[in-house]
Design a protein around this ligand. Sequence first.
Ligand code: NAD
Length: 303
Amino acid sequence: MRVAFIGLGNMGKPMSRNLVRAGHQVTGFDLVPAAGAYLLAQGGQVADSAVAAAAGADVVISMLPTSEHVRDLYFGRGALVAHIAPGTLLIDSSTISISVTRELASEVRKNGCAMIDAPVSGGTLGAEAGTLTFMVGGEATDLERARPLLEAMGKNIVHAGSNGAGQTAKICNNMLSGICMIGTTEALALGIANGLDPKILSDIMRTSSGTNFALQRLNPYPGVMPEVPSSRDYQGGFRTDFQLKDMLLAVQLANESKTLATLGSVACNLFSIHCDNGYAALDYSSIMLMMDKALAAAASRTK
Ligand code: NAD
């Protein structure tokens, strides 16, 4: 298939490369010109605008930071939807607001094209390995058109419902993973403050009832897992300001639907403070640093 890939950042780079490897003709575009070099080296093409990348494409995939970026691409400065051929399928894999997704899908339909929301889970490691989970919202027939592409980038492709349902699932998931990450750092800090070795404690909790994704794949304590962000000064991975964006979307959704997000709100506030303290660009497991500071303060009070 001829594919335009817009947004060649931490996720877009490996995802677009996996499409090339699966035999698709991929033309990428990123606002930062240097971001295209990797795709070019992998056998893809690079264009100098989103409209140029999408010329002749069957499908346009976007992997952008926020709702505002996707809106700007489709109908703002990017002016993409006004220029693509009728029948083109738009796949937005960014994590963005549910209401914005629904509004964009409706506008795209009015322009004779189709859109599905297909946000992902699995992080940069899943993107590299081609094992992402895609949570899809939209028409089943549009998902079937997208399926060969999604299968080139992911392992689990789940149809969650109509437009916005993919984003709803993603936001629920990220609220839970944010809560689990903070809970894990609190438990580790408690054990360490009371004389336990972080690796031994992690191994015990990983195989006990407290187990979760942070303990299994993304341990937040430096040195416990050599290949994860905590062991390289929290560089790479999933930025804390993106985690905060997703938690804010979850809290907003809970308010709109009058459901409880009690722990979600607390976790959201902690990520917000952590970003304000200067850690926004680090992986979200860096919330461990907040617990380390609390540990140090507690230790100095008892001296
Ligand atoms: P990133 O910041 O690394 O990459 C985004 C890229 O989009 C940047 O290179 C930026 O220059 C480009 N961009 C912005 N506006 C553009 C436009 N109008 N046209 C072309 N390019 C544009 O972000 P990322 O980590 O790749 O994440 C992208 C999305 O995926 C976010 O919504 C994020 O929440 C979600 N996500 C990220 C991860 C992760 O682990 N990084 C995991 C799951 C979901």
